[in-house]
Ligand binder design. Structure first.
Ligand code: AMP
Length: 402
C-alpha cells in the first residue's frame, strides 16, 4: 500500500476533464483545473496551482488521452506529478453505478466491464467516465483507481420510491427504475448539515436541494437517502438550467405523433433546450434575476416556474420524511441566489420553515444558517464539495482494503 496522502480526483465528461489534486492530511488543494472542448479545434486547459497564478493553454486535445497527458505535464511542472510517491489513489467520478455499485469500488477489468454494461442507461456520461479511467490507468498502471458513483448514495431508496408504476417485468428487463444522481453531493451536504447543527447524521432528517445547472432534491432520513428527484436519467424532477424536469410522459408521444419530432429531437429538446433556457432563453440564474428585476416577463415566468417546482418537492419530501430538521441549499444557485432561497421557503411558517432576510443576504463561502432562531426547521446554505467527498471515499477505500 502507498503511504502517500494525495488523491487525484478526475471527473471526465464527454468533451471535458475536471481535476483536483487533494492532500488528505488537511483537505487542501495542491492543484486543480479543467480541460475543455476535447476533440474540437479550440481546446483549452486552465490549470490552477496551489501557489502562483493560473496557467491557460489553448491547444487541440484530440482525445481524452491527450488531455490527461497535458494535465500530467502541468502537475509535473508544479512538482506534484503523477509519478510522485505521495499519490495514493486516483478517484473517478462515475455517473451511473446501476444496482450493483452502491459504494466506492476499486477498479478492476471486471468492474470496468460492468460499468460498460451500464452505458445503455447512461449513454451521455458513462462512456466518458470509462475513458477517463482507462487513460488514468495507462498513465499509472500500478496505482489503485477507485470509482465513486453518482447513483450510490441513492441506492438506499426503498423499493416503493425507486419503482416507476409500470409493468414490473418490462421495467426489470430493461433496468428501468429510479436511480438518482448528484449522490456524492447529497451525501456530502447532508453530513455537512449535520455537522453545522452539531448533530450526528443519524439524528436528523434533511431535505437537500442541489441547485446547479443540473438540479436535484433529496430526502435524507438519519443519514440515509429515502427519496430523490432524478430518476432513470438526470431528466426527472426539478426545473433545471436546460432540462425540463418532470413532464407528463404523454408530452413525448404528442410531440412525436402530432409535432412530428423524432425521438432524438425530443431527447435533445427536453435535455438541452428546456428548463430555464427553454422558458426564457437564459439558463444562468444571475441573468434571469437581473432580467426579472427589470420587469422581463419571460424571465419572471422562468423564475416562478423554477421556484414552484422547488416548493412542490419541499412539500413532497416533508411528507416523505414526516419530520424535517433541516433544509440545505447547495450548488451554484443554492449557494448564491438569495431570491431563490427566499421564494422557495416563503409562507411556510406553518411547516416550521422560515428564512431571515438579513441572514439570507449574507454572501459567504462557509456553511451557514439562514433561518431565524425560533424556526423549528433549520434552513441552511451548505457549499457542496463533490471532489473532496470523492477523494475521501477513494482514500478510505484504499486504506481499508489493503
Ligand atoms: P453549478 O452547476 O453548481 O456550477 O451551478 C451553476 C449555476 O449557478 C449557474 O448556471 C448559475 O445559474 C448559478 N449561479 C452561479 N453564481 C450565481 C449567483 N451569484 N447568483 C445566482 N446564480 C448563480
Amino acid at each position: 500500500m502507498s503511504s502517500g496522502t494525495r488523491v487525484l480526483v478526475l471527473n471526465a465528461g464527454s468533451s471535458s476533464v475536471k481535476y483536483q489534486l487533494i492532500d488528505m492530511l488537511d483537505g487542501s488543494r495542491l492543484a486543480s483545473g479543467l480541460v475543455e472542448r476535447i476533440g474540437e479545434a479550440n481546446g483549452r486547459l486552465v490549470h490552477t496551482p496551489r501557489s502562483g497564478s493560473k496557467r491557460e493553454s489553448l491547444e487541440v486535445f484530440p482525445d481524452h488521452a491527450a488531455a490527461l497527458k497535458s494535465v500530467a505535464e502541468e502537475l509535473a511542472a508544479d512538482g506534484v506529478g503523477l509519478d510522485s510517491p505521495e499519490l495514493a489513489v486516483i478517484g473517478h467520478r462515475v455517473v451511473h453505478g446501476g444496482l450493483r455499485f452502491t459504494a466506492p469500488t476499486l477498479v478492476t477489468e471486471e468492474v470496468l466491464a460492468e460499468v460498460r454494461r451500464l452505458v445503455p442507461v447512461a449513454p451521455l456520461h458513462n462512456p466518458a467516465n470509462i475513458t477517463g479511467i482507462e487513460v488514468a490507468r495507462s498513465l499509472r498502471p500500478d496505482l489503485p483507481q477507485v470509482a465513486v458513483f453518482d447513483t450510490a448514495f441513492h441506492a438506499t431508496m426503498p423499493e416503493h420510491a425507486a419503482r416507476y408504476a409500470i409493468d414490473k417485468a418490462v421495467a426489470d428487463e430493461h433496468r428501468v427504475r429510479r436511480y438518482g444522481f448528484h449522490g456524492t453531493s447529497h451525501q456530502y451536504v447532508s453530513r455537512a448539515t449535520a455537522a453545522l447543527l452539531g448533530k450526528d447524521p443519524a439524528e436528523i432528517n434533511v431535505i437537500v436541494l442541489h441547485l446547479g445547472n443540473g438540479g436535484s432534491a433529496s430526502a435524507v432520513a438519519g443519514g440515509v437517502c429515502v427519496d430523490t428527484s432524478m430518476g432513470l436519467t438526470p431528466l426527472e424532477g426539478l426545473v433545471m438550467g436546460t432540462r425540463s424536469g418532470d413532464v407528463d410522459p404523454g408530452v413525448v408521444f404528442h410531440l412525436h405523433r402530432v409535432g412530428g419530432l423524432t425521438i432524438d429531437e425530443i431527447d435533445s429538446l427536453l435535455n438541452r433546450r428546456s428548463g430555464l433556457l427553454g422558458l426564457c432563453g437564459d439558463n444562468d440564474m444571475r441573468e434571469i434575476l437581473r432580467r426579472a428585476e427589470q420587469g422581463d416577463a419571460d424571465a419572471k415566468l422562468a423564475f416562478d416556474t423554477y421556484v414552484h417546482r422547488l416548493r412542490k418537492y419541499i412539500g413532497a419530501y416533508y411528507a416523505v420524511l414526516g419530520r424535517v430538521d433541516a433544509i440545505a441549499f447547495t450548488a451554484g444557485v443554492g449557494e448564491n441566489a438569495a431570491p431563490v432561497r427566499a421564494a422557495a421557503t416563503a409562507g411556510l411558517e406553518e411547516l416550521g420553515i422560515a428564512v431571515d432576510a438579513e441572514l439570507n443576504s449574507v454572501r459567504s463561502g462557509e456553511a451557514r444558517v439562514i433561518s431565524p432562531g425560533y424556526a423549528r426547521v433549520t434552513v441552511a446554505v451548505v457549499p457542496t464539495d463533490e471532489e473532496l467527498e470523492i477523494a475521501r471515499q477513494a482514500f478510505a477505500l484504499v486504506h481499508t482494503s489493503s
